[in-house]
Design a protein around this ligand. Structure first.
Ligand SMILES: NC(=O)c1ccc[n+]([C@@H]2O[C@H](COP(=O)([O-])OP(=O)(O)OC[C@H]3O[C@@H](n4cnc5c(N)ncnc54)[C@H](O)[C@@H]3O)[C@@H](O)[C@H]2O)c1
Ligand SMILES: O=C(O)C1=N[C@H](C(=O)O)CCC1
Length: 264
């Protein structure tokens, strides 16, 4: 049995994660961390009838009193960083789906996980199809060095570019020498027209109601293009990855950034 605390249980992803834990025989929902309702039980909150879990607003007190095995964090960049650090300091393994962490912040959490000899997983995207898209993009970048990333998300998203787009660019940059793309003399007549850039790879972020999570990685070569696209139409698409991450983190002693590191 893996005892789990979920941070952000009332959010779009948190609700799916609560349902995942409820339907998984070897998972137990030990408590939740919320911004509100301290001292109440989740079962008292609309939409969670029958889900027995104490609510804490203080993450440190939650970890100290409940002593869970794993934290699943699905909150905001600020809260996610604080929760992941507190979890490690209390001997709890974080599985972080929250995006918007900088490379320096991931590095600091990696050092802390190593110091504590504890497993941790930060996964910008739990959808298996998205992980494959990233792996395929890394493969293609060996043959096509000109590439642009277009990520498309719902308009309630706080961070841009998406964690998935950044991770994709990092994976591509591992095999592609940094280069400036487009015409050497190109000029933006409207700032931002060519998007953001990671290691010279343009990233374009679209935010629209109606979208969930989507990305195209578009490669160009002599007389041809190759487009690798993934679409999440429903947040259930992320849950098999969350389950895999929770099971895997129990056997790790270091921080893993990206589900592609643990997917066979
Ligand atoms: N890794 C993935 O596959 C994946 C998939 C979808 C979303 N995400 C990320 O997950 C995060 C959540 O996404 P969402 O769509 O569920 O957002 P959401 O806004 O629907 O939910 C976030 C929840 O976090 C709660 N929260 C905020 N601060 C908190 C705090 N200090 N303590 C406890 N709870 C707090 C909010 O009350 C809210 O209920 C985002 O960072 C998003 O980018 C990741
Ligand atoms: O809904 C979101 O927010 C998502 N964020 C992830 C990201 O930033 O890459 C991907 C899945 C959905």
């Amino acid at each position: 049995m893996i005892r789990i605390v979920i941070a952000g249980p009332r959010g779009r992803m948190g609700r799916e994660a609560v349902a995942l834990v409820q339907r998984t025989d070897h998972f137990e929902l030990a408590a939740v961390i919320d911004r509100r309702y301290d001292g109440q039980n989740l079962a008292e909150i609309d939409g969670f009838s029958g889900v027995d879990a104490p609510i804490y607003t203080d993450a440190a007190r939650c970890f100290a009193e409940v002593k869970p095995d794993v934290l699943i964090d699905l909150t905001t960049p600020e809260a996610g960083k604080r929760h992941a650090e507190l979890a490690l300091r209390h001997g709890v393994r974080p599985v972080v789906g929250t995006t918007g962490f900088t490379p320096d912040e991931i590095e600091r959490l990696t050092e802390l996980a190593e110091e504590k000899e504890l497993g941790a997983i930060i996964a910008p995207n739990f959808a298996v199809g998205a992980v494959l898209m990233m792996k395929f993009a890394r493969m293609a970048a060996k043959y096509f060095t000109d590439v642009e990333i277009i990520e498309l998300h719902h308009d309630q998203k706080l961070d841009a570019p998406s964690g998935t787009a950044l991770k994709t660019a990092q994976l591509i940059a591992e095999v592609r020498p940094e280069k400036k793309q487009g015409h050497p003399d190109e000029k933006e007549t409207l700032a931002g027209a060519r998007g953001a850039a990671y290691a010279g790879i343009p990233i374009h972020s679209v935010r629209l109601p109606g979208l969930v999570a989507h990305q195209e990685v578009m490669f160009g070569g002599d007389g041809q293009t190759l487009t690798i696209r993934h679409d999440s139409f429903d947040r259930r698409s992320f849950m098999s990855g969350v389950k895999l991450a929770v099971e895997t983190v129990m056997h790790l002693h270091t921080l893993v950034y990206g589900l592609e590191q643990i997917l066979d």
